[in-house]
Design a protein around this ligand. Structure first.
Ligand SMILES: [Zn+2]
Length: 259
């Protein structure tokens, strides 16, 4: 990405504030844009071909509690999926979380919904990402651990993610660290957390492991335990809706600095 492109992307990622109450669904008040500045890599004149700069992955950093206000990313009119009910959604990041590649996050979420085994893959659901100030059926939010507790309720947790009302709340601690001994790469865990919490917004409850060695249903609480199942991130398996029996385990949320 050129320096100019970076500057443009940064400039359009204005911050908008959402109300903190989980009961407040819409009517997001706009806040003045917060401008950030950036500069691209220096251009060094040279006779020899210059190899492309190796960009070290930017580390995502976050405080225990962020600003409890959220920057909504620009929308994309391209509809994900070919049939079924259309759900509009926003993607928002809490202030205080730094180092998230916003474009990569957007592409990751969109690719997850549109994946061959994703929620939009079989004609039941379609998704369209809308931008700041536009009404949305839900907002997918990347938030700090303490803000997770404010939004989700239920007391001290700081570990899990949740869905509350029209908010699909992803805990940045899990986004960054995944869960210990999950048994699948971080990318798979990120796909799982998006699909699981979005699944709640689509009306799905928790499900149980269907049997030892079987893939875990996406609506199983895989963050807290696999119960003999293997990690699995998707609502479909080999093109068929993959579900377990309704129910949930009594797993404890890990104590301590899981975040
Ligand atoms: Zn859940």
């Amino acid at each position: 990405m050129t320096g100019l492109a970076v500057a443009v992307v940064v400039a359009i990622c204005a911050l908008y504030q959402l109300p903190a109450s989980p009961l407040a669904r819409r009517g997001y008040a706009e806040r003045p844009a917060v401008q950030a500045t950036t500069s691209g890599p220096a251009v060094v004149p040279s006779e020899r071909p210059v190899p492309p700069p190796k960009r070290a992955p930017v580390r995502i950093t976050y405080p225990a509690q962020g600003t409890v206000s959220y920057g909504v990313l620009p929308g994309d009119p391209r509809i994900i999926g070919k049939g079924g009910r259309l759900m509009t959604f926003q993607i928002a990041i809490e202030g205080g979380i730094n180092g998230v590649d916003r474009n990569a996050l957007v592409q990751f979420v969109r690719a997850t919904y549109g994946a061959p085994q994703g929620w939009a893959s079989h004609g039941l659901w379609r998704f369209r990402q809308v931008g700041p100030g536009q009404a949305a059926d839900f907002t997918l939010m990347l938030v700090t651990p303490a803000t997770r507790d404010i939004l989700c309720g239920g007391g001290y947790d700081r570990y899990t993610s949740c869905r509350i009302g029209d908010r699909v709340v992803l805990n940045v601690a899990r986004w960054v660290h995944g869960v210990p001994n999950y048994g699948a790469p971080l990318t798979a865990y990120r796909q799982y957390m998006i699909n699981h919490e979005t699944g709640h917004r689509l009306g799905r409850g928790h499900e149980l492991c269907p049997g030892p060695g079987r893939p875990a249903p996406v609506m199983q609480q895989q963050t807290l335990g696999l119960h003999g199942c293997t990690p699995y991130s998707w609502p479909y398996f080999n093109g068929i809706r993959y579900q377990g029996r309704l129910g949930q385990y009594n797993d404890a949320v890990p104590k301590g600095r899981g975040w």
